[in-house]
Write a protein that binds this ligand. Structure first.
Ligand code: 5GP
Length: 118
């Protein structure tokens, strides 16, 4: 039985996903069940289960993930309006226990952010 997270399997190319961005610390993919017209996930290669599990040693990685979110928002032209969401813990809606940032944007639609489930 594998102990790898779903996202580690995506990072290792065991499960198919288009990498919209990647570097030595993280990848960015589209969410399989988008909650907004643009819904991307920034996923660290290091499988930290939850944000609350981050240690002081992870501070640079956390900062990098935030920077990548802004960079990818610029690349996909949604930098004028987007939300970043991190669900921490099952009761907060976390379903994959491998830290990830949701980037949500409504570019080109009349949809409001309040319609998003996240
Ligand atoms: P969470 O609920 O843990 O904050 O977010 C997990 C996200 O991963 C969900 O929005 C869900 O749609 C997405 N997801 C689950 N399985 C897959 C998958 O196999 N591929 C992709 N691209 N996204 C997935």
């Amino acid at each position: 039985m594998t102990t790898e997270t779903l996202f580690t399997r995506i990072i290792n190319r065991e499960i198919p996903a288009e990498f919209l961005y990647e570097d030595d610390q993280c990848i960015v993919i589209n969410d399989i069940a988008p909650q907004a017209p643009v819904h991307m996930l920034v996923i660290p290669r290091q499988p930290l289960p939850r944000l609350a599990d981050a240690s002081q040693a992870d501070r640079a990685l956390l900062g990098h993930l935030m920077w990548v979110a802004g960079e990818v928002a610029r690349q996909y032209s949604v930098d004028d309006a987007f939300r970043l969401v991190v669900n921490n813990g099952e009761a907060a809606g976390q379903t994959v226990f491998h830290l990830h940032l949701h980037i949500l944007a409504n570019k080109g639609t009349d949809q409001t952010f309040s319609e998003s489930k996240l």
